[in-house]
Design a protein. Structure first.
Length: 184
């Protein structure tokens, strides 16, 4: 990028500021290590909070049901995305209500994504999922069209995903699932 912007007046000012700070490889390595320690502590705190939450809420049907839904249908990779995918809005609603009730501060970040086959109407599917999930269409990502093995519709309204980008919540949910499964 510095090559592209080198002829702009403001580029030399930024260059001077950058040289004022010592961005040596050693310093960068130390900064990365410090950030890693910070994040590790944050995620460990999330796991400890999950233990407390589980003890308080383990008798709530919604709490346990949502965790089991996520265990079966959710993304369990180490990414920072809390993502659950299904063709049945009732399954997604269980998880949506869980987020709404137990994580109201994070709930506004909820987004929905839909996968559509070529023969499905985008507007019809978008409206159907919005009504079924009780969310505004402004919370939807751009629909993704996929070409399946069959050119005709197999699913009437496609596949929906509820997505929240929050690694602390993801860490907490994975720990909660672990606790539920151990308890059962």
């Amino acid at each position: 990028m510095s090559f592209w912007f080198k002829n702009f007046d403001w580029a030399s000012d930024i260059s001077k500021v950058n040289h004022t700070f010592n961005y040596s490889p050693e310093k960068m390595c130390k900064m990365r290590e410090a950030r890693r320690r910070q994040l590790d502590a944050l995620y460990e705190d999330a796991r400890q909070e999950a233990i407390k939450e589980y003890l308080e809420r383990k008798h709530s049907p919604l709490f346990v049901a949502a965790l089991m839904v996520y265990a079966g249908e959710g993304d369990k990779t180490e990414s920072g995305l809390v993502r659950i995918v299904n063709t049945d809005p009732r399954i997604l609603l269980v998880f949506k209500h869980f987020l709404e009730k137990y994580y109201p501060d994070i709930f506004p970040k909820l987004r929905v994504s839909i996968l559509l086959y070529p023969d499905l109407e985008t507007a019809i599917c978008l409206d159907w999922w919005a009504k079924s999930l009780g969310v505004d269409t402004s919370q939807f990502h751009k629909p993704v069209r996929i070409v399946g093995r069959h050119k005709t519709r197999r699913l009437q309204y496609g596949v929906a995903s509820i997505i929240i980008s929050n690694k602390v919540l993801k860490t907490k949910i994975l720990k909660l699932i672990d606790l539920v499964l151990k308890d059962l």
